[in-house]
Structure formats: structure tokens, C-alpha cells
Design a protein around this ligand. Structure first.
Ligand SMILES: [Zn+2]
Length: 726
């Protein structure tokens, strides 16, 4: 079926003349994508969409609150508001990508619609008969249909259900397959009868549940599988070639709505993947000989993830042998009370590798106290902001952003201005290892090459033409302090960046990386769209001869990174209170996200410093540098040529360069390019410590630059000493 004003291409064969009635829920993605699949088949379509909110919004909210709790309802309400706004735009003729609702899809393709508030009424059945419908397709309709309606079309009535029937009949299978820790789930297309999900099966497709999957990601993948499966099933049905297999009712399971307030997004299966893997985070961090790390679990872990403490100030998120808290609030249970040393093994009431993985991947975010706020920012406000942004002067943008960030300083977690939770946990673990070990000195591979105490990264994101035209001057400025930096270039839409322009950076010893695709703030909004964009980003990375990437505005979805064909990413803030997307990875060390090495942003961006905090000094930066230096971490900066054009801002940046070049010698900082840090950290992750008589020797790639260090306790305080200094 053609999009209004477009030509039709391709033909649907000899089943063309048949008429299908589609019944779905107006604002449900599952319905929208299934209808889209039908539209692509090119049959005569009639759409009956059911808008649950038309029944009385208050009644709906009350019911959903009872069933799923507050944050679920807020998410749905926002989705609804967004869907309606888009529809209004589309009616006004504004072109939009994708579809948020059935009415929007119908509007775009000029589909015939019929009202169906009462699908079982005699009137509705009469109407369907009059339309001479051949087949009814139902997806996420949420209503039980009577026999009279089911029997009215020639070929009957089929439903798309997101589980492998006969298992998980009922309204919310996504929640239940996760709650039951299943390894696979699927989509079933089946004939409808008067029972709930009990009819004969036509087609079924199974797929794996990934360790990090949540209700949201699972639904997203089910939607894609369902649309594809429907595209296969319809031609078979219309041609009379569809199979019909009765369900094994003895194997059936039925699940109703999830328990009240049950976790929407955080419930994931990744816990099991880490069960046998308590040592990996510790070994990856220290690269010490394996026999020094022997962590076990003390007690059975809770099924649900939540917050607890490990010592006074270290907040953890994950499963816990106790009752973890749903929120960060005073009086969190303390895991150090459950830590024991037994036969040289350290038993903890949680899996330290799992908790560290949760923190780095920001899995705690939806549970943190500000979750509602984040949720709203994530969806509607962000979309409106980016919609209006091109016409907003910077002064208005500044005011909007200040209003939006109000209260940021009261966010309890991660810790401002730098969060070291991951390092604190690892140090705590090392302290326990030292207490359990008679050797009292544990060798490990020092974090940075040639015994550098910390590492400094300077990066510049080039946002617009003004910034592009200031790059040469900025290189001169960096060079005048003996510092090389990396420039991130937006490949599409924003400005032109020719190959010659890119070569000029490298010719002077600076680095070039890809910055987003077009920087419209929507990179991670839709999985399919992301995959399309990732493809382009990968091609630009090749064209730019670079292996590095940073997303626009530090937007991120770490669980999607596998689609990026780059070697390192720089889009995850350590603490993101002043970024549009809240959260933070709670570490100042590089870490792996699958095949990609993350080099987190550990200091405040120039834009936030000048325009949100209104601070034109380097005091905050100095404080952050000192804190990270004490923990031997990665001190990374983002400044923008676009903002440094301004004289005041440039002076502050010059002060920063002066401060860093002083520390470089006095405190042995390694000032490096992201690509260099990437190679070093990757090599270090391949190195091993081997005993050589009394001494320790490092083996592996680039081992000549690596140093042996020792961890020991002095008056029960953890101390690191470099081999040459001991
Ligand atoms: Zn940017």
C-alpha cells in the first residue's frame, strides 16, 4: 500500500484482492509494528484501533497503578502524550520518521478505519460482515472476542502472542519469562478461539533471552520478530497453505499481571551469567596472579536486585544475601557484616563482579530516587527540546537547561564531583585478600605505562561550523603547552569535513574520532534506527581512519554497543548529574563493554561548567583532577572549539592547560591520546605476572612498558607501591 503521494512498487501476487481487518491497541508498539508489516504486504486493510485511554483516563490510570505501580504508569502516560503530539504534527503535514500510534500510521497510509470500542456488540459484528472481511488479525488488542465475531471472516481470526505457546498464556509474558529466568522465549501466531491464547498454532519463532535483557529490550525484540513472522504467516493463510497445530494443553502455563510495583526495566537475567564468575572484576583490574583472588558467596542471593552498602560509603547495586533496598535511602543494609574469610577464601554476601558490572553499565539508574525525573527527561522533554533547538538562541537554551538541571546537587548517587564506587569496592576486596593472605604483599601490574601515576586525556568535540573553523587555533593552543588532543568530528548534516581537513589533524600529531552521526540527540531512541545509523557510523570510522567514537550529548545505551565496529568509546560519564542523560559508570578506569573499550568521561564538560554552573574558573576541574589522581585514574576532559572561541572561556581553558602541564612533570601524569590509552589498556588486559625466583616478571604484549606494583597494608590501610620504589 503506498504512502500518501508515493508510487507503489512490487506486487503481492494473486492474493491481492483479499481484505484484512486489523485490531490493535492505538498506542502499543506491538500493534503498530504488526500493522506496519501488514501494510507492507499490500492487501486491502481496514483498521479497528482501540484506545484504552478513551474509556476514561482516570479509570485507566487507577487500574494500571494498581497493577504495575507509578513509574510504569508515568512511562505509559508520556508515551501516550507523545503519540498524540506526533499525530497532531502529522495531520498538520509535518514529516516525521516512524510511527508512534495506529492513528498516525492510518493517517500516513490513508487506511480505512472503523471505531471499535465495543468489538463484541452485534452492531460491530454486523459491520465486519458487511465489509466482507477475509481474515481478522489481532495484535496486543487486550480484549477477549466472542464466537460471533471470530467466525465472521472466511478464514477466521488470528492473534500474535509474544511467547512460545502453550507456555506463558496471559497478558504480560515479557515480565514472567524474565522473572522465571528463562533462557529463550518467542512469538506465536495462532488461531483465536474463545479462550485466552488457547487456539491452534500457525507459526512460531523462538529466540534467545540475552543476559542483560529487560522487559523493555525484550519487548523491542519481540516486536521485530512478530512483524517478520506475520509477514510470513499472512501469505500462507491467504493461499490456504498455513499449518494448524493444536496446543498441548497439559503443558500450558497461564500468568496474570505481575505483582504490584514489580520492576519494569531492571529485572534481567544477567545475574545467572555472573554466578560462577566472582573473581573476574578483581583480576581484570589488578592483573595479579589468579591464586590471590578467591572470592565466594556467603549465603543465597536475593532474586531481585537492589541497593545495599559495602562499608560506610560504598553504595552497591545488585543481588544481595539479605534484603536489598528498592531505593537509595538512609539505613541501607551493610554487606560488610556478611563478609567472612574461610580457608583462605573470601566469602561475600554479593557477587562483586556482578555488582561492578551493574554499576559500570548503569543498571541501577531506573531504580535510583530520581528515576521518574530521568524517565521524563528521557522521553517527552528531550524530544520537544531537540524539536525546538534549532530555533532557540543560546541564552534561551541556557535558561531552559538551568531549569532542567535544577536540583541536580541533591542527587544522592553517583557521588559528585567524581564517583569512585568501583575502585572503592576493588580496594575493599584487596584489603580482604591481604588480610587473608600470609604473604602480606600482593604483586599486580601497575595501571599505566612507565610507572605514570595517572593518565590525562584531552578531547574536543566539534559541534558546528564555528567550532570547525576554530580547530587550527585550538591545536596551536594545545601545542603551546606541549599537549596533543583528540578532535571528534560529526560526519553528517552539521558541517562539511573533507578528508583534507581530517588529515590536517593527524599531520600535526592530533587524533580524529567520529562524533555521533548527525548529532540530533536521537541516536539511541529506536533500536532499528540505531542499527541503521551504526552501519553508517562504522563506515565513517573507516573513512576517517579511526577506531574511536563518541555519541552526541553523551547519550548512550551500553547494551547496544555490539553493533558499533569501533575499538573504543568515550560516551559514558563517570557521574552524569549535569548531562542530559543521568546516571554514570561510577569508575575512573577504562573498562570493556563487549569488544569495545570504554574510556569514561571523568570531569565536568566545559559547557556545563560555564553555562550551567556559571563558573569561569578551573577550581572544580582542579578538585576533580586531585581526587582522580589520588586513585590513579583516568582524568579525561571534553572542551569544545565552539565555546572556546569566546575569550573568557578560552582563558579558563588556557589555565587548565597550564595546570596540567605543571602536574605532568611534578606528578608524573601520562598525557595521552585516546587511541594510545586504548592500545595500552588492551595490551595490559593480555599481560600476566609470572614468578621468577623471588621476583615477579610481566609477560605479554608491550610488557616492556609495564611495571610490577605491590599492594600491602600499613596500619590496616591499603597502600600501593611501584616495584622500583620498594
Ligand atoms: Zn557533541
Amino acid at each position: 500500500m503506498p504512502l500518501k503521494g508515493q508510487e507503489v512498487s512490487g506486487a503481492a501476487g494473486d492474493t491481492q484482492g483479499q481484505r484484512i481487518l486489523f485490531l490493535g491497541n492505538s498506542y502499543n508498539r506491538f500493534s503498530v509494528e504488526c500493522l506496519k508489516a501488514l501494510v507492507e504486504l499490500g492487501h486491502d486493510l481496514v483498521v479497528g484501533s482501540y484506545d484504552a485511554s478513551a474509556q476514561g483516563a482516570w479509570q485507566l490510570i487507577r487500574n494500571r497503578l494498581k497493577v504495575r505501580g507509578g513509574s510504569f504508569v508515568v512511562r505509559q502516560a508520556l508515551h501516550l502524550a507523545w503519540g498524540r503530539t506526533r499525530l497532531a504534527f502529522r495531520r498538520a503535514g509535518a514529516p516525521r520518521r516512524g510511527f508512534a500510534s495506529l492513528p498516525e500510521l492510518c493517517q500516513a497510509y490513508g487506511l480505512k478505519t472503523i471505531p471499535c470500542t465495543h468489538p463484541n456488540s452485534a452492531e460491530f459484528v454486523q459491520q465486519v460482515r458487511a465489509l466482507e472481511v477475509d481474515l481478522i488479525v489481532v495484535a496486543a488488542f487486550g480484549r477477549i472476542l466472542t464466537r460471533a465475531l471470530l467466525e465472521s471472516p472466511r478464514l477466521g481470526c488470528i492473534n500474535v502472542h509474544p511467547s512460545l505457546l502453550p507456555r506463558y498464556r496471559g497478558p504480560e509474558p515479557f515480565y514472567w519469562v524474565l522473572a522465571n529466568n528463562d533462557e529463550t522465549t518467542g512469538v506465536t501466531i495462532h488461531y483465536m478461539d474463545e479462550g485466552i491464547d488457547t487456539g491452534d498454532v500457525i507459526l512460531q519463532k523462538e529466540f534467545e533471552i540475552a543476559p542483560g535483557d529487560t522487559e523493555i529490550t525484550l519487548k523491542e525484540r519481540s516486536v521485530q520478530v512478530a512483524a517478520k513472522l506475520l509477514g510470513e504467516a499472512i501469505p500462507l493463510l491467504l493461499a490456504g497453505k498455513a499449518e494448524r497445530v493444536g496446543q498441548d494443553h497439559s503443558a500450558a502455563t497461564y500468568y496474570s499481571f505481575p505483582p504490584r510495583g514489580a520492576s519494569v526495566a531492571r529485572l534481567s537475567r544477567q545475574t545467572r551469567a555472573f554466578q560462577g564468575d566472582t573473581n573476574s572484576a578483581f583480576l581484570d583490574h589488578f592483573r595479579c596472579p589468579h591464586d590471590f583472588a578467591s572470592f565466594g558467596l556467603n549465603g543465597e542471593l536475593s532474586k531481585e536486585e537492589g541497593f545495599f552498602r559495602f562499608g560506610r560509603d560504598t553504595i552497591c547495586y545488585g543481588r544481595f544475601a539479605g534484603t536489598p533496598s528498592k531505593q537509595i535511602a538512609p539505613g541501607l543494609p551493610d554487606a560488610s557484616e556478611g563478609a567472612r574469610i574461610q580457608d583462605g577464601q573470601i566469602l561475600l554476601p554479593f557477587n562483586i563482579s556482578q555488582v561492578i558490572e551493574n554499576l559500570r553499565n548503569e543498571r541501577y539508574v531506573l531504580h535510583a530516587e530520581h528515576s521518574l525525573r530521568t524517565l521524563m527527561e528521557e522521553t517527552v522533554i528531550r524530544k520537544f527540546y531537540y524539536f525546538l533547538r534549532p530555533i532557540l538562541p543560546i541564552t534561551v537554551r541556557k535558561h531552559l537547561q538551568r531549569a532542567r538541571f535544577k536540583g541536580w546537587d541533591r542527587i544522592p548517587f553517583p557521588h559528585w564531583p567524581v564517583d569512585f564506587t568501583v575502585e572503592l569496592l576493588l580496594d575493599h576486596a584487596m584489603t580482604l585478600v591481604l588480610r587473608s593472605h600470609p604473604d602480606k604483599r600482593i604483586p599486580f601490574i601497575w595501571f599505566w605505562p612507565a610507572g605514570a601515576k595517572s593518565c590525562v586525556l584531552i578531547t574536543h568535540d566539534v559541534e558546528a561550523t564555528a567550532g570547525r573553523d576554530f580547530c587550527t587555533e585550538l591545536m596551536n593552543l594545545d601545542d603551546s603547552f606541549g599537549i596533543k588532543s583528540a578532535f571528534q568530528i560529526v560526519p553528517e548534516v552539521r558541517y562539511e569535513a573533507r578528508i583534507g581537513f581530517l588529515e590536517a589533524f593527524r599531520a600535526r600529531g592530533f587524533e580524529v574520532n567520529v562524533h555521533d552521526l548527525n548529532h540530533d540527540g536521537a541516536l539511541f531512541q529506536d533500536r532499528q534506527e540505531f542499527l541503521r545509523r551504526a552501519d553508517r557510523i562504522n563506515r565513517f570510522a573507516k573513512e576517517f581512519h579511526t577506531r574511536g567514537f563518541r555519541a552526541g550529548s553523551m547519550y548512550r545505551k551500553q547494551e547496544w554497543y555490539d553493533a558499533l565496529d569501533v575499538s573504543y568509546d568515550m560516551s559514558v560519564p563517570n557521574v552524569a548529574h549535569l548531562e542530559p542523560q543521568r546516571g554514570g559508570c561510577c569508575t575512573v578506569m577504562p573498562y570493556f563493554i563487549g569488544h569495545i573499550l570504554e574510556l569514561p568521561l571523568t570531569t565536568t564538560q566545559d559547557y556545563s561548567l560555564f553555562h550551567i554552573l556559571g563558573d569561569y574558573s578551573i577550581e572544580l576541574w582542579k578538585k576533580q583532577i586531585d581526587l582522580i589522581r589520588q586513585r590513579h585514574g583516568l582524568i579525561s576532559f571534553i572542551t569544545h572549539p565552539d565555546y572556546l572561541v569566546e575569550r573568557c572561556a578560552r582563558q579558563v581553558y588556557r589555565d587548565l592547560l597550564g595546570h596540567l602541564s605543571e602536574l605532568k612533570t611534578s606528578e608524573r601524569l601520562w598525557v595521552a591520546l585516546p587511541g594510545e590509552v586504548n592500545s595500552w589498556w588492551r595490551n595490559r588486559s593480555q599481560m600476566n605476572l609470572v614468578q621468577d625466583g623471588e621476583a615477579w616478571r610481566i609477560e605479554g604484549p608491550d610488557h616492556e612498558r609495564a611495571c610490577v606494583a605491590y599492594a600491602s597494608l600499613e596500619n590496616d590501610r591499603l597502600v600501593y607501591t611501584l616495584g622500583s620504589e620498594s
